[in-house]
Design a protein around this ligand. Sequence first.
Ligand SMILES: [Zn+2]
Length: 281
Amino acid sequence: MVNFTATLSALITANHILHYHEVVDAYGHVLVRNPNNDSTFFMSGYLAPALVSSMEDLIEYYVEDASPVDPNAGRGYSERNIHGEILKRFPSVNSVIHSHSENVLPYTISGVSLQLTYHMAGFLGEEVPVFDIAQYYNASDRHDMLVRNTRLGAALASYFSSSSDNLSATDLEPEHTLVLMRSHGFATIGTDIELAVYRAIYAHSNARVQTGAIALASQANSDGQPGAGGLGQVRYLSTRERTDSRAMNEGTRNRPWRMWVREVETYPGGLYQNALGTPPT
Ligand SMILES: [Zn+2]
């Protein structure tokens, strides 16, 4: 049996790490599947990620419809159907992160595709899909961009698959590791919390690098100086480089996790508290 307390401790610390790295602010969330029961998951209640600190701040939900196991549980996030539907569709996924990253947001609305700019983001693969919720609203839905029900959650989850037109399919393995959400942010996944956190942080970083590279390339264009990929062109990773970088990312991700845990544990002023202690590193 997996150490239950260690898993929930990692969940609390993951909230802090994502805040420290500005992947989430007062919004955004991370969850973990119950290590002892595939049909439920844990995430924080209605609380800013930096302030999650104990078991009392966490709520257990059913994967099936993201309803709370304890009907008297306090208020939760309205978008937990994002997570329920991804966990339902992909049994291999045990952690999901949803972010409104300001670095990533421009790639959800500009028509410029998010590309793999450097080796630490190999997990982005060949293509990062964009989920446009406007294609799935009913007239009775609130059109506020939020994924508020299982139907919208299933639509988003399908974008992780190669068969996005089939909303009720179950896939053993997702085709994509990250999906952009138009005018909203992104969702990313992992077989464990550490991998999901790695992907969220490096997606945020990769987007910043890409925006900088595009700005410089356009300046090179106006200066008449050729960039690495030709005049005004940004050069991205090749297919082989993407595949091999992804394997490298997954093989080394424990190194940053260890540092990220220490960063939030030693953050001055006591902003980040974890009553469950240091997670395994
Ligand atoms: Zn959101």
